[in-house]
Write a protein that binds this ligand. Structure first.
Ligand code: PLP
Length: 393
């Protein structure tokens, strides 16, 4: 059957490709260690599960308003006020089927054919594809490794044309774990205001910051920047709720309304039961959130020091999220591989360790490994990587 040009132009997800290959090897009986996971390895906190169960028993198993339940929107407003000191009205909030879907609807609601969106590399795999699906054109600026993979206000300025509509900021970042400081955001914000750029601020890893680092939203810097920003967030990473599919966008009323209209013709509403669970999550105790955060922090330290002791690998120490993004160019060169993609493929074949090649994130010299998996498994995987490098040297 013939595919649409739109479908044909989509790049397959590199994360899913490596996961599928690792799963196939596992099915053949191989002892594969997958470090591709993009989700916490904890279960959802029990009080949230109980709230979902209670909601079902109470009959909350029907459609809701498109764009989400009003009590949930109010909880999200409270969350933004408590955590970011940002004041929003429920009419400035949309609840969607995951942050990914908030982003999808946002680009659909915001972009016309040929509109440009500036995407810093390394980027989360879905940004360019979602922009293209909305008829937009991704324009990349390089977050340089020597600047902790962060782009500068100057780089942003140089990439702006009369077609630029928006810039994406993802802090803490997937895949690098980089975190923008208030000063950096202020400089970037000045450029955005001067050129009337919409700021898409993906804050899905907001709760996962380490060693006293502070997450700052660009919307917190000034009221004009709050108005210029669409915040994207959700429960997947903070509350180990990837499967519940709840995310939200907060920002300009007109955009939020357009996104809600769009969603009314696609998903109708985010799953009702998950919305009730989300009310419990946003209004509830945060001990579990902190327990998960501190356990990722402890893993980061142990895994990082082991990783950088491996010859050929160097790594910027992340400040947030649950990924490491080492540069493996030297490792690939010293082991006789043409490029890091080939090195990653051989590592999976020979040592059964699945890393995600950085090429899928627009950074071909790097690899992404997730430490949202047991410490024993990660340390075993690093041991195998070291053995692989030694064998090929
Ligand atoms: N944004 C980033 C940077 C992510 O890494 C992810 C998930 O991997 C998402 C958004 C989407 O999260 P959700 O599960 O809420 O759709």
């Amino acid at each position: 059957m013939k595919l649409s040009k739109r479908a044909e132009s989509l790049a397959p997800s590199s994360t899913l490709a490596i996961t599928a290959k690792a799963a196939a090897l596992k099915a053949e009986g191989h002892d594969v260690i997958g470090l591709g996971a993009g989700e916490p390895d904890f279960n959802t906190p029990m009080h949230i599960i109980e709230a979902a169960y209670a909601a079902m028993k109470a009959g909350h198993t029907k459609y809701t308003a498109s764009g989400g339940l009003l009590p949930l929107k109010k909880k999200i407003c409270e969350k933004l006020l408590n955590d970011q000191k940002l004041s929003y009205d429920p009419s400035e909030i949309i609840v969607s089927t995951g942050a990914k879907h908030s982003l999808y609807s946002l680009f659909q609601a915001m972009l016309d054919e040929g509109d440009e969106v500036i995407i810093p590399t390394p980027y989360w795999v879905s940004y360019p594809e979602q922009v293209k699906l909305a008829g937009g054109v991704p324009v990349f600026i390089e977050g340089k490794e020597e600047n902790e993979f962060k782009f500068t206000a100057q780089q942003l300025k140089s990439a702006i044309t009369e077609k630029t509509r928006a810039v994406i900021i993802n802090s803490p970042s997937n895949p690098t774990g980089s975190l923008y400081t208030k000063d950096e955001l202020e400089e970037i914000g000045t450029v955005c205001l001067a050129h009337d750029l919409v700021i898409v601020s993906d804050e899905i890893y907001e709760k996962l910051v380490y060693h006293g680092a502070e997450h700052v939203s660009i919307a917190q810097i000034s009221e004009p920047l709050r108005k210029q920003t669409i915040i994207i967030n959700g429960l997947s990473k903070s509350h180990a709720m990837t499967g519940w599919r709840i995310g939200f966008a907060a920002g300009d009323k007109k955009i939020i309304k357009a996104m809600t209209n769009l969603d009314s013709h696609s998903t109708s509403n985010p799953t009702t039961i998950s919305q009730y669970a989300a009310i419990a999550a946003y209004g509830g105790p945060e001990e579990d959130v902190e327990m998960m955060r501190s356990s990722f922090e402890a893993r980061l330290d142990e895994v990082y020091s082991k990783l950088v002791s491996i010859p050929g690998l160097s790594c910027v120490k992340p400040k947030g999220a649950f990924y490491l993004f080492p540069n493996a160019k030297a490792a690939a060169e010293m082991t006789g591989f043409q490029n890091v993609d080939d090195w990653v493929a051989a590592l999976l074949d020979e040592e059964k360790v699945a890393l995600v090649p950085g090429s899928g994130f627009g950074s071909p010299d790097n690899v992404r490994l997730s430490y949202a998996t047991s410490l024993d498994a990660i340390l075993e995987a690093l041991g195998r990587i070291e053995r692989f490098i030694k064998r090929h040297q």
